[in-house]
Design a protein around this ligand. Structure first.
Ligand code: ADP
Length: 209
């Protein structure tokens, strides 16, 4: 994050004199404690300074990029997941293509009658089926999908960074966010490259203090 001149000054004062009370910082800047309060709150929240009761403020010694990395490593899947788009395993490849266009997604999750995850269907799976000259209205998606147990998954409490690592390692665009239930897994979300991109933009524009 971009620090203001005054915030830079505060850091410098705390670096040289910490631990130091808010009152003393205000004095050395010839400002009131109340004027400084928002700056001190921001610097503490962002991790540059730490405050101990009855001791005062001290410098944590962390650089901007260290703080950024710390923040990124705390992001969870549930903060960025999107709604899942699912189809039943017996719908046709033709209908799956329509769903993909209507819902504007690149990955569909395939479920069985009990609403449990049985597979994943990507654009390429549908393209592959299309070039075989088959009648797409009579090819059910379970024939062409990537099926369990080969589906890579994540859960809502996984770290975003771990999910992103899976996307890269497996060279895929999305992961179903699942919740384990008695006989398998229910799909509760969708974690895609777009979700990771959103996190990156948020981080860079300070929306995730
Ligand atoms: P695209 O078809 O747009 O390139 P992907 O790269 O995600 O999309 O898909 C490539 C292949 O990986 C497809 O065969 C697809 O079924 C499979 N796939 C997609 N997502 C997963 C996943 N979460 N787990 C396992 N396989 C997947």
């Amino acid at each position: 994050m971009e620090l203001s001149n005054r915030q830079e000054q505060i850091i410098q004062i705390v670096k040289e004199n910490g631990p130091i009370t808010g009152e003393s910082i205000a004095e050395s800047l010839s400002l009131t404690r109340a004027t400084l309060r928002p700056d001190l709150a921001i610097l503490t929240m962002a991790g540059y300074l730490d405050a101990r009761p009855r001791v005062g403020y001290f410098f944590t010694g962390k650089t901007g990029s260290e703080l950024l990395t710390e923040k990124l490593k705390k992001f969870k899947v549930h903060e960025y997941q999107a709604l899942p788009v699912v189809v039943q395993e017996d719908v046709s490849a033709y209908d799956a293509i329509c769903t993909m266009f209507l819902e504007d997604v690149g990955t569909l999750f395939v479920i069985n009658e009990q609403s449990l995850l049985v597979g994943v269907l990507s654009r390429k799976d549908l393209l592959r089926a299309s070039i075989g000259n088959q009648d797409l209205t009579s090819v059910p998606v379970h024939i062409i999908m990537t099926r369990m147990p080969n589906v890579s998954i994540c859960t809502k409490d996984d770290l975003l960074l771990d999910a992103a690592q899976k996307l890269i390692e497996k060279q895929i665009d999305g992961l179903p966010v699942v919740k384990p239930v008695e006989n398998g897994m229910e799909v509760i979300g969708r974690l895609t490259k777009t979700s990771v991109t959103k996190a990156l933009v948020e981080l860079a524009t300070d929306q995730h203090l």
